[in-house]
Design a protein around this ligand. Structure first.
Ligand SMILES: O=C(O)C(=O)CO
Length: 489
């Protein structure tokens, strides 16, 4: 458990906002004024510093340099110097401004109160004395600033001493590690949810199961099965990070009264980009070429080592949803002839904008295309939609690209087709399973490129996916219109 998580777990129910840097500040509301308010401030601080006692700062950050009065500035500069020292002890202090309703408390690293502090310094046992920099008090008084622009107070962590409403519980697999949610995404989620990892849930099922109202599914994890659904009585929504939901049993989830959402907007550009990257790489034999260029055995570059051109070739897109259409927009810049097959024909203006021609029958598209790209979600109906027969319809010079799901293709049939040059090549971002067993025959072929399902593996895409998932989940929890809900068939 990190320093902050540990602290927050001790102050459970009292946390309103956390920025994970620097000085801790607690604040709350009191109806009292004058002496009474001061008494309450002291009581709050006692609790707060008791919870903090024993912790060492893992990080050191300067207080923001935003205060004006020279005397206060001096005090804060002094404090900043101390804050810079890693491992400085936590100290605590605060004041309750007479006549004000706000009750503030600040905890900053340092061993003594800085001079110039006008707030009431609180001495706590264990060589911790503290202060509330007056500027900081003024600053955090503006509650809306604290909430809306947390980065402006980048060295403050704000903790509400008297709780309002607790943030809704969000179950995630883990933080960091092989399968866990990345730290920057964790920071985004934490602004709106109280995160509960699978381990924390399993260790304290009784208490945690009541808190969890949502599950964040990233890279298909955690697995949402009947057992999990049965143990989460307050679950309202599963926010899938990604567009494909074939790993979720939508019907079963819906029977529990739980909604499922996905992130079709956030994934579109990065996934279309990987489709283009695979098409270009396969056409120009990029991976093979790179190996030749770096091989210690290479003595010369063969003049008859050739690829094929993407420019002005025919691209057949199977699945003309948001991603398919983005592929078409990109392919247009390569002057490609674009054919597409989709459940529904696009509007004429949309077709004209990218120069796409509709093929009602997939067979027509397969016969005419130099590159066939699969851009559909996996459903029980389209499982192995490309098998021996479909591969046989393709041109022997054609390339098959898959950025949908591995199970759209009959992989045994693909191995045979590639071995016998029924088609020229394949480029797959998705396979089944993922990764393929290391002795799988597809891995032994040289007319294939396989990437490790990286359609959305960009810094930007995973952030946008998390933002879209958060918006979806909050909409469900707040009873607002849901931007991207997925319904069972
Ligand atoms: O969004 C998804 O489901 C993806 O797999 C993107 O590659």
């Amino acid at each position: 458990m990190s320093f902050l998580e540990n602290l927050v777990s001790k102050l459970r129910g009292e946390v309103r906002f956390i920025s994970d840097k620097g000085t801790l500040v607690s604040y709350g509301l009191t109806e009292a004024s004058g002496d009474q308010a001061e008494k309450q401030a002291r009581a709050t601080l006692c609790q707060f510093s008791a919870a903090c006692r024993g912790f060492l700062w893992k990080r050191s950050e300067a207080l923001p340099d935003t205060y004006t009065s020279s005397r206060q500035n001096q005090a804060e500069k002094e404090l900043s110097k101390r804050v810079q020292q890693p491992g400085a002890e936590v100290s605590a202090g605060g004041r309750a401004p007479a006549g004000r309703k706000e009750l503030h408390a600040a905890v900053g690293p340092g061993t003594e109160a800085a001079e110039g502090n006008r707030g009431c310094a609180l001495r706590v046992p264990g060589n911790c004395s503290g202060l509330l920099p007056p500027g900081a008090a003024r600053f955090i008084c503006k509650e809306n600033i604290v909430r809306k622009e947390p980065l402006q107070i980048n060295s403050l962590v704000v903790i509400e001493a008297m709780s309002e409403k607790e943030l809704p519980g969000l179950l995630i697999l883990d933080i960091g590690g092989t399968y866990g949610v990345q730290e920057n995404i964790v920071a985004l989620l934490k602004k709106h949810f109280c995160l509960i990892t699978m381990k924390e849930f399993l260790e304290n099922k009784k208490e945690m199961s009541k808190k969890i109202q949502s599950v964040f599914v990233s890279e298909c994890r955690p697995t949402v099965d009947q057992e999990l659904l049965e143990s989460l009585p307050n679950l309202k929504v599963i926010g899938n990070s990604g567009v494909g939901v074939d790993h979720l049993n939508l019907k079963m989830i819906s029977n529990f009264g739980v909604k499922v959402t996905n992130t079709p907007h956030a994934v579109a550009d990065s996934t279309a980009d990987i489709g283009m990257a695979l098409m270009l790489a396969s056409a120009r034999r990029l991976v093979e070429g790179s190996q030749i260029a770096i091989s210690p055995h290479t003595k010369y570059f063969a003049v008859d080592w050739l690829g094929v051109e993407v420019t002005r070739a025919t691209l057949g897109i199977i699945g003309m949803g948001r991603i398919g259409y983005k592929v078409a927009q990109r392919a247009r810049a390569f002057e490609m002839k674009i054919l597409y097959h989709n459940r529904k024909q696009r509007r004429k203006e949309e077709e004209q904008a990218v120069g796409a021609h509709y093929c009602e029958k997939m067979e027509d598209l397969l016969q005419q295309s130099d590159f066939v790209m699969l851009v559909v979600n996996l459903t029980p109906e389209n499982h192995k939609m490309i098998g021996k027969k479909e591969l046989g319809l393709m041109k022997p010079t054609a390339t098959l690209i898959n950025i949908g799901r591995g199970a759209l293709i009959d992989q045994d049939a693909l191995v045979e087709a590639l071995q016998n040059n029924v088609i020229r090549a394949a480029a797959l971002d998705v396979t089944y399973p993922e990764p393929l067993p290391r002795d799988h025959p597809l891995l032994k072929l040289n007319n294939i490129i396989i990437t490790p399902h990286i359609g959305t593996a960009t810094v930007q895409a995973i952030q946008m996916m998390a933002e879209e998932a958060i918006a979806n989940m909050l909409a469900v929890l707040n009873g607002q219109p849901i931007p991207s809900e997925v319904f069972p068939k």
